[in-house]
Design a protein around this ligand. Structure first.
Ligand code: ADP
Ligand code: MG
Length: 392
């Protein structure tokens, strides 16, 4: 029922085949970096708050080789890219900027080349293949950035600082893809740990692994397979509203604000700004509580916090949509489901559901019955961050 998550080795085989067809010869280097699902802590990362994601068994693979000279050629195997799947560009001399352009997917690659922490980057050719759905809210973009960065580390090593690597990949998304994202996606794609979720303090950039490997539990991701066009424009608006709220409260960020601060300032804020700030302040607290609940094995409490998070995203932050609400409601009808919520930026993409392993078939059936669209399911486990793979 749930589509089995393809093995990393099959994605590597796909990438290698395309590499050998296109360039001839074997690639020197094979790396991968995972997508992620955020269990709780949504729209808190760019407010210096806490998030609790885990790395997925879904990955982006890069295979390739260094080449003489300053040319870069990259090909993506992604079928749903509707521009050219191949790009060639010249590495500029003396740290001159590498400008974004067409095809747009290549800007993620160019951004990473530009922000790579051990310049100059040598010429290379590479093929990208991925099992992370593109634009599905599981962070194919960060997994692509981190995979490209990991690939460059094999050609021309940097100092190996993992947090700085995540920050460089985030910068790539800001400057070259034009998305002012927080640090969560890149951070967990670099530092994710098998059998653990990661509680990330997005201010100090410290991460605490939280064990999550109880065989009686399942983490189900349901892709709504819709993406409303609001996604792009609403995200920067939410960021701006949070900054306005923080500054009205006299705080550096909403991380520093309490609900008392917000209530005291209520008559100085318009209602929308109040609601946005309330979501962020309460969600940061919920995330800390959820990590504690998970450590104690209190799955019911964790699930309750997930549902509260969803309601807050729907009603206060207004980033849910009919499809995500349907998916959450359907899952919550099933006995054995602890909690369910939208995950990622919103307006489509995925939900994440925590449930007892025995309830998985019933839950999938119920969602299929109730959901007006066509869902895709992934039964997932917390996986390792970016890594170098052996060429067998
Ligand atoms: P998400 O990160 O949630 O999947 P984004 O909109 O942030 O969604 O990023 C999706 C974009 O990232 C794609 O439209 C494409 O430009 C780029 N991308 C991600 N993975 C790949 C890939 N394997 N090949 C080419 N481009 C990719
Ligand atoms: Mg993304």
């Amino acid at each position: 029922m749930a589509s089995p998550v393809p093995e990393v080795s099959s994605v590597v085989a796909e990438a290698r085949q395309l590499y050998e067809q296109t360039f001839g010869g074997r690639p020197q280097v094979v790396v991968c970096a995972p997508g992620r699902v955020n269990l709780i802590g949504e729209h808190t990362d760019y407010n210096d708050g806490f998030v609790l994601p885990m790395a997925l068994p879904l990955v982006t693979v890069v295979v390739g080789s260094q080449t003489p000279g300053q040319d870069v050629t990259v090909i993506t195997a992604a079928k749903d890219v509707d521009e050219s799947r191949s790009v060639t560009f010249h590495l500029p001399d003396d740290g001159a900027p590498l400008s974004p352009g067409q095809p747009s997917w290549a800007n993620y690659v160019k951004g990473v080349v530009h922000h790579y922490r051990a310049q100059p980057v040598p010429g290379f050719r590479a093929v990208i293949a991925s099992t992370v759905p593109l634009g599905g809210g599981l962070s194919s973009s960060a997994s692509l950035e981190v995979a490209v960065y990991t690939f460059l580390q094999q050609l021309h090593p940097d100092d190996g600082d993992k947090v700085a690597k995540a920050v460089a990949c985030q910068q790539a998304e800001h400057t070259h893809a034009g998305v002012p994202c927080g640090i969560m996606d890149q951070f967990v794609s670099v530092l994710g740990r098998e059998a653990h979720a990661l509680l990330i303090d997005c201010r100090s950039l410290e991460a605490t692994p939280v064990p999550l490997s109880d065989p009686a539990l399942v983490i189900l991701i349901t892709n709504s397979n819709v993406k409303h066009s609001l996604t792009g424009s609403e995200y920067p608006t939410r960021r701006r509203q949070c900054e306005e709220a923080a500054s009205a409260l006299g705080k550096a960020s909403l991380r520093d604000a309490t609900m008392k601060d917000l209530e005291d300032a209520r008559n100085r804020l318009d209602n929308v700004t109040y609601c946005r700030a309330r979501h962020v302040i309460e969600e940061i607290e919920r995330t800390v509580q959820a990590a504690k609940a998970l450590k104690r094995g209190s799955y019911e409490e964790f699930g309750k916090l997930m549902v509260e998070s969803h309601h807050s995203l729907r009603d206060l932050y207004e980033v849910s949509c009919k499809e995500l609400d349907e998916l959450v409601s359907a899952a919550m009808e099933v006995e054995g489901v602890f909690g369910s919520r939208m995950t990622g930026g919103g307006f489509g993409g995925c939900t994440v559901t925590l449930l007892q392993a025995h309830a998985i078939d019933k839950t999938i059936l119920r969602i299929q019955e109730r959901y007006s669209g066509t869902p895709t399911f992934y039964v997932t486990t917390p996986s390792e961050g970016a890594r170098v793979l052996n060429l067998s």
